[in-house]
Design a protein around this ligand. Structure first.
Ligand code: GLN
Length: 483
């Protein structure tokens, strides 16, 4: 290596891995370049809760040693990856951006961490999020907000805002997030990167701190569709440690990216809820035109229950959260508030440890599950969920994929929606239904909208058809407007 090796930051993950495996580029150099970028700009962005400087350097050196020894170091050799701080890393603080987990160090690695390591990747840090992944702007973090690298007065979206921002800012070529109601796709859209929520069960959640277990999925952020495919192949596939994990091998995605959409039927939902800004609608219209140009047929379809998704979600997700978060009681994890007796200790710990949005969700969820209201709220929400799935299934009798906005607007200003939770919840209008149905969904950048900020177009396909979704995404990427 020369003393003044060029920064590797403009390289894609795929290129980094190929060069590291070939011994043309050292993983140590790659990590140092990214650490330098973090050093230079992290104070403006605040993407990370923790940068793993020493661990990443040690890991990169191990990758270089393995290459020198002639070992196969895997498809992500030497590629830095940023992890949302709700994924367990053994011996390394995992906070969920909550005070309540202060001091907690998980005794094990999440399955995705094992898989990344097996693929040769280098975990570079733990990224900021809305506390326990509840939010759409990363303003609900106990450790301060993350700024959108494209305009630091604006939010990066959420809840995986730190992960999206870390990729957009050039702090890591890849990041992982979790998506319960849109927390990968919406921040991807707002930061101008690719974000994927795979089919429910495609990626193990062992070691993902649970928010709403019937909805949570892990997925990647990347600069392009090919890199997203590469990392998703590496982390997907059956895990006996997660009972919701689908019993099948890793997704096969990288091989379909050049297949195009000729002959494909793409659905435009005629009764999509209103609320998307005109600049976003215009880009989505252009996306349909681009797909038609590429040989797809655009077909109008109705998904009547789509608009009920938000309401159902804000009963189901808080209900599950109220149960999942019952374990943070000052006894087993993280912080403990001093109090005269055990009951007072539980109350004081949860009062001090949880932020306002988390408390709101716990109260909503507890109410929805309480005797006398269970059927009226939770039971009814489950019926709506089934109805949405039926409507999607009916649409898929006519089309192969659905295309729509990922977010109703481009990145908004910090503080704009914090006073009104409902306005924040409405950010998820277009993303939530795919969580309720378990279908794969992703956001791909497609030109810009107001103030030159990126617009994300969302693609949804039937469960297990992640590859078809990537095919459409790759075509949109090839045909994306330059600005
Ligand atoms: N913004 C949604 C919420 O606040 C979705 C969060 C997520 O997907 N984790 O619940």
């Amino acid at each position: 290596m020369s003393d003044i090796a060029p920064p590797t930051l403009d390289l894609r993950a795929a290129t980094i891995a190929v060069r590291v495996r070939a011994g043309e580029l050292s993983a140590a150099q790659v990590v140092d370049d990214y650490l330098a970028a973090i050093d230079a700009h992290e104070t403006d962005v605040h993407a990370f809760n923790l940068v793993l400087t020493d661990e990443a350097r040690a890991r990169a050196a191990a990758v270089d040693d393995a290459v020198a020894a002639g070992d196969d170091v895997g498809p992500l050799a030497g590629v830095p990856v940023a992890l949302k701080d709700n994924m367990c890393t053994r011996g390394v603080p995992t906070t969920c951006s909550s005070k309540i987990l202060e001091g907690w160090r998980p005794p094990y690695d999440a399955t995705i961490v094992d898989r990344l390591r097996d693929a040769g990747a280098v975990v570079i840090g733990k990224t900021n999020l809305d506390e326990f992944a509840m939010g759409s702007s990363t303003e609900n973090s106990a450790f301060g907000r993350t700024n959108n690298p494209l305009d630091v007065t604006r939010v990066p979206g959420g809840s995986s805002g730190g992960s999206a921002a870390s990729v957009a800012a050039g702090f890591a070529p890849l990041a992982l997030g979790s998506d319960t109601g849109g927390s990968i796709r919406q921040p991807a859209a707002l930061c101008g990167v690719v974000g994927v929520k795979p089919t429910y069960g495609a990626v193990s959640r062992l070691g993902l701190v649970a928010f709403a277990s019937s909805l949570d999925q892990i997925g990647p952020f990347a600069h392009d569709v090919a890199d997203a495919a590469l990392v998703l192949e590496a982390i997907s596939g059956h895990d006996p440690g997660d009972s919701t994990s689908i019993d099948q091998g890793p997704l096969e995605l990288t091989t379909v990216l050049e297949h195009g959409v000729d002959g494909m039927r793409i659905g435009r939902i005629t009764d999509l809820p209103e609320g998307a800004d005109p600049d976003v609608v215009e880009r989505v219209d252009q996306a349909f035109a681009a797909l038609a140009d590429a040989g797809a047929t655009i077909i109008d379809v109705s998904v009547p229950a789509f608009g009920y998704g938000l309401t159902a979600y804000y009963l189901i997700a808080p209900a599950e959260a109220s149960s999942n978060l019952a374990r943070y009681d000052g006894v087993r994890f993280g912080m403990r508030a001093e109090a005269p007796d055990t009951n007072a200790m539980y109350i004081a710990t949860r009062t001090e440890g949880f932020g306002a949005e988390v408390k709101r969700r716990i109260m909503l969820g507890t109410y929805a599950l309480s005797a006398g209201y269970y059927d009226a709220y939770y039971g009814r929400a489950l019926k709506v969920r089934r109805r949405i799935a039926q409507d999607f299934a009916a649409a898929y009798a006519q089309v192969d994929a659905l295309v729509m906005p990922a977010s109703p607007s481009v990145a908004f200003r910090a503080g704009d929606k914090t006073a009104d939770p409902m306005s924040m919840y409405l950010c998820d209008t277009y993303t939530i239904p795919a969580n309720l149905t378990g279908e794969p969904a992703m956001s791909v950048p497609f030109g810009t909208g107001a103030d030159g900020l990126p617009v994300g177009v969302q693609i949804i396909t039937p469960a297990l058809h992640d590859a078809r979704m990537f095919q459409v995404a790759a075509e949109l990427e090839r045909r994306a407007p330059a600005s």
